[in-house]
Design a protein. Sequence first.
Length: 295
Amino acid sequence: MASLKEVRNRIVSVTSTQQITKAMKMVAAAKLRRAQDNILRMRPYAQRLNSILANLSQGAGAEVTGDYGVQREVRRVLIIAITSDRGLAGAFNSNVFKGVNQLIQERYQAQAAAGNVSFMAIGRKAHDYYGRRGALVGNYTQVFSQLSFDTVRVAAEQAMEGFRNGEYDQVVIVYNEFKNVATQIIRAEQLLPILPAEAPANATTSNVDYIFEPSKEEIVQSLIPTSLKVQLYKAVLESNASEHGARMTAMDKATDNAGELLKSLKLTYNRTRQAAITTEILEIVGGAEALAAGK
C-alpha cells in the first residue's frame, strides 16, 4: 500500500492537472465561439458563390471548362491534410490521418505504390506526421496563428498552379467538418479538377437571368479561381472550429476524470491514514499490556 506522503503528492499533482484542464476548457470555449461565428458567416457566402457558378454554367447549357476543369488520367495526386498546430484535442488529428489512409486505400493505392501521392500539410501536426514520410509540399504550419483568407490563399494558389502545370492530376482536401461541439465529421472533397457546377437540390436555376458584361465564359473563368480559394478557406475554418470543439470536449472529459481520480485518491488516503492510526493504537495497547505483564 502507498504511503501517506505518496498519496498526498498524487492528490496535489492531480489537483494541479485538473486546474490546468479546466482552464484549457475555458480557453477552448472562448476560441470556439469566435471560430463558430466565422464558419457560420462563411458558409452562406460559399454556398451563394457555388449557386452563382451553378446558374452561370447551367443557365444556357454551358459547361465549366478551362485549365482547372481538365480531366486527366490520375497518375499523380496531391492530398491537402488539414490538422491543428497543437495536440490535446482527443482524436482530432489522428482522425484526419485515418481519413487520409482510408482515402488512399480506397482510391489511390496504385499511385501510392508508385510514390506519386504528395501531401500538403496545413497545421503543424500534419507537417510533422507527413514530413517524416516524405513527399511533403509547402510549409503552412503558421496558418492558424494568423488565420485569414490571405494566408490560406497562398496554399490554394500553390495547389492550383501544380495542377495547372501537370504536377498533379487530382487534388483532394481531407479535414474535420464542424457539426457541433462534440461531433466532427471527416470530409474528403475533391478540389481539382473541378466538375461542372451543380446547383443545390432545393435551388432553382432556370428562372435566374443575368446580364453578362463581359461574356459569361469570361465571368465563369474569373470566378473559378476565387471559388477554389474559398473552398479551401472554408475547409480551414471548419477545421479550426472543429479543433476548438474537440479540445473543449477533451478537456471537459479530462477534468471529469481528474475529479473521479481525486475521489479515489482521497478515499485511499483516508483508509491509509485510518490504517496507520489503528496500527499505532494497537502498538500502544500492546506496549501497555507488555508493561503491565512485566510488573
